[in-house]
Design a protein around this ligand. Structure first.
Ligand SMILES: [Zn+2]
Length: 345
């Protein structure tokens, strides 16, 4: 089932009514109000191709089976690839390091159009492994953003065009280690602590890449914090002031608060999506966030609870109530996950 919304239905009705008037009286000059095309987008949180979910894939089982209908019904699907995907590299000196086998990538690509590499795990096995991952992604024509073969490439927006709407995706990490950051000549992630650079990237997405919609996907905040912090607020506002249409965040492994700032959504953290390193109950509850966008930005959005089992496999929870926003003039509300307005079940 494809996405329908009251807005689209009303617009369709308008077209039908107008064409009826036009055909019944051709002298009556009524221009049909053609509805603006809309595109549905979905963002999922941390996806780690290690541990049990990776084992499932190796055994030819699909850990995202329960989500296949939801993902397939959305025009653009984005995830955060919270690991490196490579066969080479040396483990960094960190408590947690994640590396996925390249054979797992096609299963993820089957469900997602693009992944963000801007996080604190894509550099876990060094720059050579990171570069190897870029090669695997490119070979499979699996789009990525927030990382690249050098600093310039890492800050370049990924442009996805659907129904004539150009959407720019930028990805940034600002959770340590900063050593994963790309340099002028070395591969790595985009880092967001240089506010001026972020503002330039957003403006550039519109001016140079002619994007209609610009969305930064952030990796920020503190783990297990249920509320976003001061830096997240400041940077999110700065990005929207610079022209971003929405800001989606992750990394804390739990969901955080949401905000409409100048009419534009900020979802501070969407939490986990597929990961078996789970320390506490809130980490087993992630959100997928879905946006309905047109050339004028985000028309509406909602979130849906993804409940991760002990093996880190996500399942939709239809009983849950999670934040949603129905459009201009509305306040953020709690929506029943059983509703099908944005996401068919
Ligand atoms: Zn992270």
């Amino acid at each position: 089932m494809k996405l329908t919304s009251t807005l689209q239905q009303t617009a369709r009705l308008l077209v039908i009514v107008s064409s009826f008037i036009v055909t019944s009286n051709t002298t009556l000059a009524i221009s049909a109000e053609t509805p603006k095309p809309t595109v549905s987008m979905l963002f999922a949180g941390d996806i780690v191709l290690d541990g049990v979910p990776a084992q499932w894939i190796a055994e030819k089982k699909d850990p995202l089976e329960a989500y296949s209908a939801i993902l397939a019904s959305t025009d653009i699907r984005i995830g955060n690839l919270e690991c490196v995907v490579a066969t080479t590299g040396d483990k960094a000196e960190k408590i947690f390091t994640f590396r996925g086998n390249p054979i797992a990538l096609p299963t993820i690509h089957q469900h997602f159009d693009a992944v963000s590499l801007a996080n604190n795990h894509s550099g876990d096995f060094g720059r050579a492994a990171f570069t190897e991952m870029l090669g695997h992604l490119e070979q499979q024509k699996f789009s990525y953003f927030g990382g690249g073969r050098n600093l310039k490439a890492a800050h370049k927006p990924l442009i996805l065009e659907r129904k004539g709407i150009r959407i720019a995706l930028l990805g940034y990490d600002e959770f340590m280690p900063r050593s994963f950051e790309a340099t002028a000549t070395e591969a790595g992630v985009a880092w967001s602590e240089d506010d001026e650079q972020v503002v330039r990237d957003i403006k550039n997405a519109r001016l140079t890449y002619h994007a209609d919609v610009v969305i930064p996907f952030m990796h920020w905040g503190w783990e297990n914090e249920p509320l976003s912090g001061e830096r997240q607020h400041q940077l999110a506002h700065l990005m929207i002031d610079a022209g971003a249409d929405a800001v989606i965040g992750g990394h804390p492994h739990v969901t955080q608060d949401t905000e409409q700032y100048k009419g534009k959504p900020i979802i501070y953290s969407i939490g986990n999506f597929m990961i078996d390193s789970l320390d506490n109950e809130p980490q087993t509850r992630g959100w997928i966030v879905r946006l309905e966008v047109s050339t004028s930005g985000v028309n509406a959005w909602d979130t849906r609870l993804a409940r991760l089992n002990d093996d880190g496999i996500p399942y939709p929870d239809k009983e849950a109530m999670t934040p949603c926003w129905h459009g201009k003039g509305e306040a953020i509300q709690q929506c029943s996950n059983a509703e099908t307005r944005f996401i068919p079940h």
